[in-house]
Each structure stands twice: as structure tokens, then as C-alpha cells.
Write a protein that binds this ligand. Sequence first.
Ligand SMILES: Nc1nc2c(ncn2[C@@H]2O[C@H](COP(=O)(O)OP(=O)(O)OP(=O)(O)O)[C@@H](O)[C@H]2O)c(=O)[nH]1
Length: 621
Amino acid sequence: MLQNTWRRYLSTASRPVAMEALRNLIIIAHIDSGKSTLSDRLLQITGTVPAEQLQDRTQFLDSNPIERQRQITIKARAARMKWGHHRITLIDCPGHHDFSRQVSQSAGAVEGALLVVDASKGVQAQTLSSVELALEAGLELLPVINKIDLPTADIDNARDQIEHLVGLDASDAILTSAKQGIGIEQLLNAVVARLPAPQGSPHKPLQALVFDSYYDSYRGVVLFVRVVNGVVRRADRITPMSLAESKEHLDRPTEYVVDSIGFLEPHEVPCNQLHPGEIGYLTAAIKRVGDVPVGDTLTHCGDDAAEQALPGYEPSRAVVFCGLFPTDSSDITSLHVALQKLQLQDGSITFEPDSSAAMGTGFRCGFLGLLHMAVTQERLETEFGLDLVASTPSVSYMIQTQGSDEWTLVSNPSVIPHGHVKIQEPYARVEIICNQDHVGALMDLAQSRRGDLKDQRYIGLDRVKLVYSLPLAELVTDFHDAIKSRSAGFASMNYEIEGMRQNRLKRMDIHVAGEQVDGLSTVVHEDSAFSDGRWIVKKLKDVIPRQMFKVSVQAVLGGKIIASEHISPFRKDVTAKCYGGDANRKKKLLKKQAEGKKRMKSIGRVTIPQEAFLAILSGKD
Ligand SMILES: Nc1nc2c(ncn2[C@@H]2O[C@H](COP(=O)(O)OP(=O)(O)OP(=O)(O)O)[C@@H](O)[C@H]2O)c(=O)[nH]1
């Protein structure tokens, strides 16, 4: 009986909806414009997710605990909704630059995009770069002005900016307040009326684009696919087309059997087959995310369709590196296992063994940016119960030692030899969009960070776009925060890596109580080495806790001390106040002290907290 119901359910779920009734779209916007809140409203109004569930768990599509806690989207999510006889599949992509690759991945799977602009902030830099990605993918854009409930909302200004900056007619932009649920039905009607239906043929050889994936420990890799042509069914034998093109991956299996398939609503709803224009998931006992990389095209085994592989994506590259060290050195094996497991889910993390006299044994890891680094450290700690210290983050450098013709890539400043070494550093092209009132302050900032002005132009009445070529090392630290603080929060930025450039750079070491702490080594420009050294030792003096003895903190450049501070001794014994017999209180105090020791590394006789390693991020100005 139950089986019959299940079968009936599967057959209804699998009945193809006419292609003209399908709409596939992504939402693109600058970070914090309200994308996730808007997606939740769409799920609620279409009855895809019951209102109670949305009330209990705000931001349904941000399901990862770190996403909820930080209120950001890290991983793209898809959801299919019913609106009349239409089926609208929406992909919510991250807004933060570190995860922007997911925008281009998802753009390949849809025909349209909602361009969400915050009514109080107007068009921001990340909006423009996402628009470029969407236009490159040939998407139809539907402008949405959100947060119209805010007292600071300026709808006319937002419209004007969409027209001038994006070049899109905004006279019929949809006005919404995702927070108050205003304009959501109009938005759904506009999606159906103004965005195109997908095209494709069920009779052609199968082409299914893999636009995202994640690892599930029970089922293996779950692929998110968009079927472009052909039909994919349960039990089909499929193969990734990249295998035909690449000789490198001979260790990858060549054939898989689809063992489950279905739609995302946003939870998985099984079906028997996916038709052209449809977006869904499939599993096929795939062991590693890298076996069927995102951007790959799936086809049926034996269908000689290799020439019809869909355009893929550039693999993402790590730009920020740091050493991760367990505070308890016996946790090193657990850290290795945890990194291996995380890499199964997130192919953009890189790691290799790293060890030093001061920091102990750990792993040098690569990330897409500082947010990605922080999120990964948090995941390792919360999901795997580790207590870690991350060394000072760094970009990668090319170095050439004297007498050698070869350039070597290093991602750890402490391995750069002293003496005559040529160093190249990565540069980024940075676009900043700001109000004209803030141009002076932002130009000062970019100049102080060794930026070269490449372009400056008015875009709209009082908005200015500045383009700089700027060292990535200056950018990934606190540049974004500095821009925000110098523009009352109104300027926004976006960047892409340009290439390497040789500069007069030197490795700077930090000695604490006479011991070199290699986790604190950085690369500095010769011109600013002294001021950087003074600034960093001052900062370290504030964050390294007092010890029972006087501690010196020194910045050392090429064997010479260029800046020095002292941390005066601290003699207080936390248990001194507890007289005999008060064991509970004593225990409590010691426990409190032990808790406070988390994320700390003992180096020589001094205990250095995590904040010291991240002090470099906290603002030079
Ligand atoms: N006043 C007001 N606030 C809103 C509205 N929509 C969203 N917000 C708030 O804006 C903040 C950011 O909203 P999110 O939905 O997380 O923004 P997002 O664009 O998804 O952010 P990312 O996922 O990090 O890219 C939250 O505090 C929301 O409550 C709105 O229509 N009006």
C-alpha cells in the first residue's frame, strides 16, 4: 500500500512540466542587500516552505550554522517553487567576494537573474561585477529595489543608478520590502512575465551541467545539475565529459550509475527523471567532489557527445594562506583527518604539512580570502572539536635567490631567505564605487597602501568609480573595512587578481622574549618597513597578555632590530585570594582561566593568543 502511494507520488513528481512553464533564475546583489530574506519570502508566499518553519528558522536557504550566525550566504542553494502552473527554480548565491565564483557557476544553470539593489545604498561595486558575470552568461536581468520600508530609502536614486550604472531600464523595477513582505507577489508575476523560459530538446544526447556539489558521508557526492538537453533517469549510466578532454585524471572512475535523482524544494524531492530546463540533484556513488568537478557536463555512457561539453568554469585559486596549528600538539592527526574531510566538501581549500620550532607541527592552508579562512577555522573547531591557532595570514610570493635564475612560489614568509632575494608580489585590479564627497579620503587610503590610480570617472550624478592597481597583500588585510570607515559605509569595492610584480620587499620577523615567532613573520615594503615594524610591535604589546616576567617584543629586518616594545610583568596569582578550604571557588577560577587559554600557543616561555597573529588585520591607520 505504502509502496503504491510512493510509486504514485514519484510518477506525479516526475511528470515533466512543459518547458514554457519553467523559469530558472539566480539572485545577485551586493552583500547585505537582502537576497536571503527575499528568497525566504518567495518560498513562503509560494507555499514551498511552511510559514512556521520560516518563522522558527530565519533565512531558510542559509542552512549552515555559520551562515546563520554570521548572517551571510556561503554556499549557493536552489529551490523549486510553484506559482500558478509555473515552476520557478531559484538559486541563492553568496554575495561576498570570497565566494563570488559560485555566482558564475550558478549563472550557467539559469536564464534570468533578479538584480537586487538596496534602496538606501543604491548600486554597489559587487553589484556591478555580478551584473557583468550575469551578462556574460547571457542572462535576462530583472531589477528589484529592496528595503523600501527603510526611512533612508531613496527609490528614485536607486532607479537612476540602475539606469546609469547598469544600463538597465528601471522604470518598471519591482519595489519590495523583503522584511515586511511587500511586493513579493508582483515580483513572482514579473518573473513569469519578463524572464525567458529555458530551451532544449529531450531528444538530443544528454547534456547536464554540474553547477554545484557537496559531500554527504552516506551517499557520496550530491551533484546539483541543470539539464540542457536529453533526459537523465534513475539507473542511467553516466560519465563526466571532462574525462574525455583531460588526460590528467586517469585515476578518476569513468562511469557512474545514477542511484537517486530529484528536485530541490529546497529539501530533496525524489523523482524518476530530469528533463531539459529542469534543475535538480543526483547521486551516483561518487567518492570525491573532484571526481566530477563543478562546471563539468554529464552525458550518457556511449553517447558520443564529448564535443558538446558545456562551457565550464575557471577553477578557483587560493589567495590567502596561513598555518593552522592545534593548541594541543597531540591533535595533529585529528587536524589532518578534519582537513581531508573538509576538502572533500570544499575543493578550494589547499593544505600541506608545515612545522617550525616555535609553532610546532601543523598545516599550511590556502583559502579564497580572509572570510573563507575564518569560516574554515570555525568549522574545524565546531564540527571537529579542535582548538586551533592560525598564523598571520599572507599572500603567496615568487622569490629568486642570488645566483639563481629560477623563481619559486612561496606562501609562507618565514621560509623566505634573508639577504639578497628578489621578491614578486601579486597585484589586484580594484574597483571602488563611492560618493564624490569621499573621493579624497579614499584616494589617500589607496595611496598609503601603495595603489596606482588607473582610472577615475563619474558614473551617475555624484557617484565616482576609482580603479586602482594595488598589492593583494595590502588589500586582503583591512582594506575593505578601511574603505567602509572612510566613507560612512557607503563605498563598496570589488577586485580581481592581475598578476605578479617585483617590488623592494623584505621579510620581517617578530621576536617575543628573544624567541623568533615564525607564525608572525610578514613581508613588508622597504619604504614602510620601519613604520610597519613600530605599528606591529605596539599592537602586539596590547594583545599579548602579561607574563610573570618582562617580555620584549621586537621587529627584526635583515638581522637588525627596527622596533621594540616591552610588556611589563604581571604578578597577580588568580588563586591568591582563595584561602584554604574554598576549593569550589578555586576550581571555578582555574576553569575560567583554562577557558581563557583557548586559541593560544605557547612559544618559549610566553603564551601568544590568536589575536596576536591576526593583529595585522586590525587596521594600520
Ligand atoms: N529594513 C529592511 N531590512 C531588510 C530587508 N531585507 C533584508 N533586510 C535586512 O538586511 C540584512 C541582510 O539581509 P540578508 O537577506 O541576509 O542579505 P543578503 O544579501 O542575503 O546577504 P549575503 O547572503 O551575505 O549576501 C538582514 O539584517 C535583514 O534582516 C528589507 O526589505 N527591509
